[in-house]
Write a protein that binds this ligand. Structure first.
Ligand code: FE2
Ligand code: FE2
Length: 354
């Protein structure tokens, strides 16, 4: 399944009407401060139960949609991402467990809190639910107060993760702005994000590492935000003093991103993308075995892209020239020779497919 990002416009419309409509409800206070009216998807094959829950939640000012099966739920999620899902376990067709597992495996939907509503008190079912990635459970028959309490706390959590995601994308946008200061690097971040993720997949890395590599593409040079234009645009022939300023950018970038837990795996990429296997790189002068894998992966893609791009002080190299240069430099102890070989065999395969 693949889901596109949510359209906010409908939610915004709803918020405007809801502010007027619900102004007299005492519990509306905290809801109105949200960016949009929280949208809850209720999945149950019994219309009476779905209807009752929907009514209860509606009364509290939530935007509720119902689905009578996992398949219907998936169609609804594709149409618009909900903020929370309440789902029955036993349903004809796909079960609530299966629906939950699929959504939790998909990066686009895994942060949506998923509550399983189980009619069975057997703890084995709860274990299955936890295994499928469910965030919480409710027992049937559902008690109104319990339902509202769970919904409230999970939505608070969701709002928090949404904010983190926003912070993430603000930083990636900043990365693009930094790139934009240097007209010769146009498209560099995006190409890096795509190719580093490809190389990560080729190496069989897990999904979290792939996501980190993609973000690394946008964020690796974020610290250049603190490097003055005249140094950034010079590119080569820096004076020793200018070079010292340039060499700070991995540390500056790491400091900017450090507060965000979601960027945990990206920090080493930012800090170490200029280290060399022989220890001659910066900022820490790490040697081959000490440089973590993800920065080495991004570095290979970064160096190739830089070689293939023309700059005021150097022409663009052809693919073959860039390959030869990188193999020579890997041999001299700059780059990870295995990763360089892996990258070129991947590019070769991609060229053959194209
Ligand atoms: Fe850099
Ligand atoms: Fe770069």
């Amino acid at each position: 399944m693949s889901f596109s990002s949510p359209s906010r416009s409908l939610r915004q419309d709803l918020r405007t009407t809801s502010q007027r409509e619900f102004a007299s409800y005492p519990e509306m206070g905290d809801l109105l401060y949200r960016r949009h009216l929280p949208r809850i998807l209720v999945v149950d094959d019994q219309p009476a139960i779905a209807g009752l829950m929907s009514q209860l939640l509606n009364l509290r000012g939530y935007d509720v949609v119902t689905a009578a099966s996992a398949e219907e739920a998936e169609a609804e999620i594709r149409r618009q991402l909900p903020d929370l899902i309440l789902s029955d376990v036993m349903m004809p067709g796909k079960s609530g467990y299966e629906l939950c597992r699929e959504l939790k495996e998909n990066p686009a939907t895994r942060l949506i809190p998923f509550v399983l509503i189980t009619g069975l008190s057997d703890s084995g079912d709860k274990v299955r639910g936890i295994d499928a990635g469910a965030d919480d459970f409710l027992n049937k028959p559902v008690l109104a107060e319990e339902l509202i309490a769970r919904v409230k706390s999970l939505l608070r959590l969701k709002e928090f993760t949404d904010e983190l995601e926003t912070a993430d994308s603000v930083l990636c946008t900043l990365g693009l702005i930094v790139e934009g200061r240097d007209p010769y690097t146009e498209g560099h971040c995006e190409r890096l994000a795509v190719h580093a993720a490809d190389l990560g997949r080729q190496l069989g890395l897990d999904e979290d590492s792939i996501v980190a590599l993609k973000r690394g593409g946008y964020l690796h040079d974020l610290g250049k935000i603190a490097v003055p234009d005249e140094i950034l645009k010079k590119g080569s022939d820096l004076t020793p003093a200018e070079w010292e300023i340039m060499k700070l950018h991995p540390i500056t970038g790491e400091n900017i991103c450090r507060p965000l837990k979601s960027l945990r795996l990206v920090l080493p990429i930012i800090r170490h993308h200029h280290e060399h296997s022989d220890g001659s790189g910066y900022p820490d002068g790490l040697r081959a075995g000490e440089i973590p894998l993800l920065p080495r992966v991004l570095q290979v893609v970064d160096v190739y892209d830089a070689l293939r791009t023309a700059r005021p002080y150097k022409p663009a190299l052809s693919h073959d020239q860039a390959a030869q240069t990188m193999r020579d430099e890997a041999g001299r102890g700059l780059w990870d020779a295995d990763l360089v070989a892996e990258y070129f065999s991947m590019l070769e395969r991609q060229r053959n497919v194209a």
